[in-house]
Design a protein around this ligand. Sequence first.
Ligand code: PEP
Ligand code: MG
Length: 595
Amino acid sequence: MIRQHKPLLNSYEIRLEGYPICTGIAIGKPFMFNWVDEQIHDFTIPSGQIESEVRRWYQALKSSRRDVLTLQKKLRKEGGEEGVKILGAHLEMLQDPLMTVQMEEKIRTAGKNTESVFKAVITEYEQKFHRITDQFFRERFKDFQDITRRIFGHLLANEKCPLSEISQARIIFAHELSPSDTAEAKLEYIEAFVTRSGAETSHVAIMARSLGIPFVTNVNFPNTIHCLPHVVIVDGEKGIVILNPKPKTTEEYLEKKKKLKIEVHYLSSNKEYSAETIDGYRTKISINVEMTGDIDAIPTRGGEGIGLFRSEYLFLAKDTFPTEEDQFAVYRELVEKVNGDPCVIRTFDIGGDKFGNFHPVQYEKNPYLGCRAIRLMLKERAAFKTQLRAIIRASAFGEINILFPMISGLPELLASKEIFEEAKEELAKEGFPFSRTIPIGCMIEIPSAALTIDLLAPECDFLSIGTNDLVQYSLAVDRNNPSLSYLYKSSHPSILRMIKMIVTEGRKANKPVSVCGEIAGDPLYTALLLGLGVNEFSVAHTALPLVKNCIRNLCYVDTVDLAQKALTFATAEEVEIFLKQEYAKMQAQFPSTLD
Ligand code: PEP
Ligand code: MG
């Protein structure tokens, strides 16, 4: 953090530093998501702004009154007479001189922000109420707490509103976000995410990337962010958040935003070309898809199909497993969208940090090492078969591939294939049309799978390396824990060696190997992965033009040398420095940006 941020309502510019997760620039208003009344900051208000604080107070009272009246109306309709009476008491409290003239006077004399004045007042009342033993007054105290919470909600510009109910474009500030928070978000209104805690390969980060939403994490923003009436700038490339920007800064960023748009447009112009190196080595590039909302709107940006559909996102916003028909409709739409190209559907990878509104898994202390993905689906056999049936049925409409996540060894792969065979048999008997040659893929994201790749490769049709988890499980570092991010290194020599091993065994068994983890979309790793012999890059669509541009400006023979050299380093840091140097050299040679 560059500067302390207490008196937020003052108009000077404040720059906060964080960690960039998803590139892009957003300029907009802040919205505090999932406010918790942990700390109400108290700060001095310049005398010229006192009137606006008083107005804010009355506005909060007015909004609270409106809420209570609406609730009363609803209860009256439903015959909840007791509730109507209680809410009547709330309305009275809102008109109490304590809430009106006395509060106004206190705001004026204290010269402090409204929340802190209100907090001081209610703390005083709470103490008084605690001394009363009469049951009647104790009940009144509950009402008092209820209404104060409502007023705070309005003052803090957050009514515990889920992201699905946001109706204006906003920059979302949150302590942390979960994949299901974002799964229900109205994305057209989300301009950027800023969180206190988060990590590069978390599923929220993956979603933000696939949606092209700028995202900065590890930002120590003030709880009073909602008091900021003006503009916030989020720089997702540098990991900077600017509060109250000066007009000059806003101008600068508007200019940067424009330039970025031109750059994206320029890179996207390689849409028609294949992912082929200068010396004619042909590789494949496809997209990762997480969302299920508007499939038609997913830009394919010249990719060769969908390399990874994270089907569990169908489950995240639901209260049960989705039905066969619901799933079939989505899978069919997906495969039709790619129009002749393959579509890899990964079976539900539920668990870890991805849970829906219902937990099919019992509470576990360590969900990443618990009943996740294929382990869960092999227990939930009926739900697994339902999903496989839906996928198989969609194969009548295009080239579908099935991918099993979190395979730790041969028995899980064989058990999954058995259910797949059963599903096919059932569908054949029921007379459904489907392809008899659906390729089966195995995700390699657990070290035990990497180390037994010679056993797994012959049993499937393709291999897909999930580096996000492979790094997590190999290095024993929680991928979502920002305090350990210095240990979460995709450039670790063990990861490079494992990729090499997987590719070697894949070649022996004549099975293509793709990488669908986040490094596939990171241009720093493009030459390395090519040189290690990876056949396909499955990336966020936002990363596709840049990665393709890199591939098209590389010589395959050079990348083989680069990979060999990278394999000689002893530490992740050395590999990273080397990759950065090589990328800088590469950038100097070809126009990846318009700088
Ligand atoms: C991975 O682990 O690299 C992967 C692609 O799967 P996910 O990120 O969904 O766990
Ligand atoms: Mg994974």
